[in-house]
Design a protein around this ligand. Sequence first.
Ligand code: WT7
Length: 642
Amino acid sequence: MSESIYPPSPEFSSQANVPSMEAYEALYEKAREHPEAFWGELAEKELHWFEKWNHVFEWNPPFVKWFAGGKFNVSYNCLDRHLATPRKNKIAILWEGEPGDQRMISYQELHRLVSRFANVLKGLGYKAGDRSIIYMPMVPELPIAMLACARLGIIHSVVFGGFSAEALKARILDLEAQLVITADGGFRRGKEVRLKDAVDQALNDCPNVKDCIVLKRTNSQIHMQEGRDQWWHEIDKDASEDCPAVPLDAEHPLYVLYTSGTTGKPKGILHTSAGYLLQTTMTMKWVFDLKEEDTYWCTADIGWVTGHSYTVYGPLAAGATSVMYEGAPDYPAVDRFWRIVEKYRISILYTSPTAIRALLRQGDSWPNSHDLSSLRLLGSVGEPINPAAWEWYHRVIGKGRCPIVDTWWQTETGSIMIAPMPGAVPAKPGSGTLPMPGIIPEVVDFNGNPMGDGKEGFLIIRRPWPGMLRTIWGDPDRFKEQYWSRIPGIYFTGDAARRDSDGYFWILGRVDDVMNVSGHRLSTMEVESALVHHPAVAEAAVVGKPHEITGQAVCCFVTLKKGDWDHDQLGKDLRQWVAHEIGAFARPEEIRFAESLPKTRSGKIMRRLLREIVTTHTVTGDVTTLEDINVLSRLATQHDED
Ligand code: WT7
């Protein structure tokens, strides 16, 4: 296979933070040979410490501590320390609401708003170690709430506003949160997403929640429960604006972010403070080549890890202007992204392959009717980007001038792990290219032995890194089992990959029962357990099916309880049911009704075969453990009859 290579232009390289392959290699080598010196020096230079640490890292597999003994505060590092510099009056958050309203908040102003809200939380009695759930639209008060929690050491968990009341409830309960911060609603495609209604429903079953703070965004009618619910603007208005950041341990938990695993129960990924912030800051400079004058826009919702690390914590720690947009990319028309790029003169744009493919499909006239000349760097994240989408992004959006950084990482890794440094590393469309300094990925077989170049295997990471997850909230055994037991003592990513002869990594997708829909991780088991809760469903098996825009789509095989069912209607009902149980983004693309599902003799559903059916409409490979071979031919031919 001949592959295209896009080396950085001399113009880009000459201004880049990391200007050459030699410079990249020198960083990489130093981090590999002398990790303590490498990270220790960066921590001192790039971050503010109330007290210096004793050790750069302590590794007791699978548990790691970075900068133990150090006293640190994330909110201080994102705000206070910039105030003694010319960044004081720089825009920190540049926000546009879906209806077109705008806010430009300077570092000084953000510091004031965060301090005031932190005092509100303090006034309600919250302190370091307590837990809050944040369920908000993409408005500035969302990062304000996060930074206020971080200021006091309150552990936050942001729940994406697209999750249902059921999913919200499960997260509140798992975290044993006492506080919920929300809004009446948010705007999406011109309609209101009624967040407070979902909160009310969830809180019916969450007796531990004492306080609910509600931001007024949409101004719609909502229920306020006496003694529990308070308006943000009312309790915030008289709060003092003096709230010193609390010096916390470098390893103090910053947040828990729930993500799907291979069971029905989401995992609460725990990230801590100093190591996480150091690595997100460094990757802002290395991967996004961040400069003081950039206007940087990561389009991800803050409900996902990309928004945590690359809309809020990384950019603010690095002193960037971070753009936030509330609504849908196609509202009121499919050029909304390009309008925003043009209007604010965005220089760095970071988005997902799903968004790129969806915009590509609308044709070139939409981006071509806007002035995109401010762009200088483009990024991609969340799923493999196919070369056709890559080329379009490069040619039509970047006008052939802008390097593209394809960034591989995970909720668990906290920061970008594999990506090109754009002034140094030539890009190959579809490859994340080379690892970041301090990251030692490898492609191995089942026993952990390295695969030769060009061979497919499991992607693992040797050695701990600063932004690594520390555990699964409340479940250290699952943490060990999920990530550190497949190959004992080594981090298992769950992805398949191969490395080519230039050392470039090519990510091939998940090897477990996890789907990736529009760059959002979704477990097959989660959808299955939602389906079997429906009164008509006997059994369900769910697989990801290749999809032109969203990468994968949810495809469900369902057997029904006895009864006279209208399949058309029931198919619609079940799709709606899943959206209701999990969230609209999980809505299945397809429901197929079957008389039975292919199982092993021990009764395990053979998802591999179902995956093959939805991908190729045929079945090959080993079926010797299959219970009822006829099931297969029926399922495989069903598609053609549809
Ligand atoms: C999984 C992690 C971390 C960003 C948002 C997703 C897939 C992520 C890439 C990429 C190919 C990618 C992997 C990974 N993935 N980025 N650049 N190329 N695949 O976070 O929900 O934790 O999902 O997304 O399969 O394991 P997430």
